[in-house]
Design a protein around this ligand. Sequence first.
Ligand code: UDP
Length: 342
Amino acid sequence: MILVTGGTGFIGSHTVVELFEEGMDVLIADNLSNSYADVIDRIEKITGKRPMFEEIDLAKSEKADLLFEKYPNIKAIIHFAASKAVGESVEKPLLYYMNNLNSLMNVLENMKRHSINNIVFSSSCTVYGEPDELPVHEQSPIKIANSPYGNTKQISEEILKDISKISPDMNIISLRYFNPIGAHQSSLIGELPIGIPNNLVPYITQTGYGIREELTVFGDDYNTPDGSAVRDYIDVVDLSRAHIVAIHRLLNNENKKNYEVFNLGTGTGSSVFEVINAFKKASGLKIKYKISGRREGDIEKVWADTSFANKELGWKAETSLEQSLKTAWDWENYYRKNLENK
Ligand code: UDP
């Protein structure tokens, strides 16, 4: 059985679908702080299988302990559960440190107690900060974090690395995500930000649907070809599939070291204006936008060197930006028409 913490969230839910496609048993643990329980029904609709589910806050050690006692057959863990809003983390640093670090440590403590040796951790390209050289590869310098959120990812990676040094039996993979976008082909699951979206793509799809009046482009004076900031947008299904490869790698002892780190991106950077144009091609809609100043804490450009992940994991992102925007748009429509008011 694979324990997926944060399994009702955006990347978590897509990964559970892929785990089921692989014939694996799945237990989701999620506190539903940023997701909804009916995601489980929709996972079942897609796959014909229903994950086991525990609504639980893993940052509370006694709750985490109970979970692991109740399910003695956990073979590996994919640890997504974390708070992820950069801006909110600046406002509420303690919440972020407590939530993200305590939950990881409670999971690790229970892994030790129950001799569970395999964990895949959700990390982020935020650990690279504003890189000196592009694309960034796994050995690129880790920069001082721009936000408490980013810092929790850096500290988490350090905790995992330290544990790997003294626990030869522990097998750990940290996956550094670039910018996950898109949705499942079925349109039954996708990204569902609560309130006004912080991220570019849900803001664009909501503007396309008429929920937001116009997009604000944060800065057109960057040192990039069109002046807007550049990111590496990776499709959520491609990203989820990398987790399956990572889990097989751990369960089959194919890992080369007991702590490994991989970049998960496409290897291509796209500017905000390029994303707006690709959305136009995907949806036929011209998004209204205005230009404002830069958003505090934003970096200018980052994209991944994916050669290590491509070679070692035999994994590659396959979905184009336009295809991802199409599935994101289809999901926005499906959600608004079928789920929002239910
Ligand atoms: N962005 C924007 N308008 C928005 C949201 C985001 O122009 O309403 C830009 C943001 O400045 C960045 C890119 O889109 O250059 C991606 O931002 P997002 O928040 O999606 O991801 P981040 O890279 O910050 O994690």
